[in-house]
Design a protein around this ligand. Structure first.
Ligand code: GLU
Length: 285
């Protein structure tokens, strides 16, 4: 297997569960024995993240038998890098301030004859896309908080058709319009998941992005952001999700499947690997 640089990028907002273990083991296996497996702490949302969860993540991953180089990248320390990317998009005229509250958006969607939906819910209906520079300035001067949204149509016009490579499936057409005018800088935290991931994957020189297939839709947008920011383009490998008996993807509410609980019940890293394989969740070889 080729030597890859891969990463596992959890948010320290809860305990790791069996699904995270699979994702981390998958990423480490995909790096290959000569590759590099990195850990990245995705803690931009400081309101939801806790240092004790970060410590528990490191302990759980070490228990699984994984190791990773120090220092660990922590998104909460990287706002200047995200700001530089935002500045560049802004200078290219691809961002606009959005003053809408959730309620404004819901009201507009309810009143519309049709409301296009994407994988993350209804698309932003474009209320603030056409605000004049004077109106933007007035609202900012009045102290109204705003997100920064990507004008996806303008971005696509600039980049033309893009593709991305999914290991095992080949070249895929990128369809970033699926997500509409996404928020790239939230009013409360100044960045977003999508922007931070793309900037960090480039800075960590990730060659193969591995993550759950629930994030596959995000790849369409990430590919566009890489093109807009002139970033190197990795390959991707999305893995199946661990599901509970009812077929639901695991979430924080599945406390019984937290790694800590499983460990206390006598699960070992070896039995956990066997369990995943038995559930039809193989690791890359
Ligand atoms: N932090 C994301 C999560 O916990 C993963 C990000 C990624 O792999 O792109 O779901």
């Amino acid at each position: 297997m080729a030597a890859e640089t891969t990463r596992f990028a959890p948010s320290p907002s809860g305990a790791l569960h069996l699904g995270h273990a699979y994702s981390a083991l998958f990423s480490a296996a995909a790096a290959g024995s000569d590759g590099q497996f990195l850990l990245r702490i995705e803690d931009i949302d400081q309101g939801r993240c806790r240092p004790e969860f970060e410590d528990a993540i490191a302990a759980d991953l070490a228990w699984l038998g994984l190791d990773w180089p120090q220092p660990v990248m922590r998104q909460s320390e990287r706002q200047p890098a995200y700001q530089a990317a935002l500045d560049r998009l802004q200078e290219a005229g691809l961002l606009y301030p959005c003053f809408c509250t959730r309620k404004d958006i819901q009201r507009e969607i309810a009143a519309a004859a049709s409301a296009p939906h994407g994988p993350e819910g209804p698309l932003y209906p474009g209320i603030c896309r056409g605000l004049s520079p004077a109106e933007q300035a007035d609202r900012k001067a009045a102290g109204q908080a705003f997100h920064l949204r990507l004008n996806v149509e303008a971005a696509l016009a600039r980049c033309g058709d893009l593709t991305w490579f999914e290991e095992g499936a080949g070249m895929q057409p990128a369809r970033p319009a699926l997500l509409g005018d996404v928020v790239l800088a939230r009013k409360d935290i100044g960045t977003s998941y999508h922007l931070a991931v793309v900037v960090d994957d480039a800075d960590q020189e990730i060659s193969l992005v591995t993550r759950g297939e629930d994030l596959k839709h995000a790849t369409h947008l990430h590919r566009l952001l890489q093109a807009l920011l002139d970033l190197p383009v990795p390959r991707w490998r999305h893995h199946p999700l661990v599901r509970d008996e009812a077929g639901e993807r695991l979430a924080k509410r599945h406390a019984a499947l937290s790694l800590r609980t499983l460990r206390e019940q006598g699960e070992t890293p070896e039995s956990l690997r066997r369990r995943l394989a038995g559930d039809g969740l193989p690791l890359p070889t």
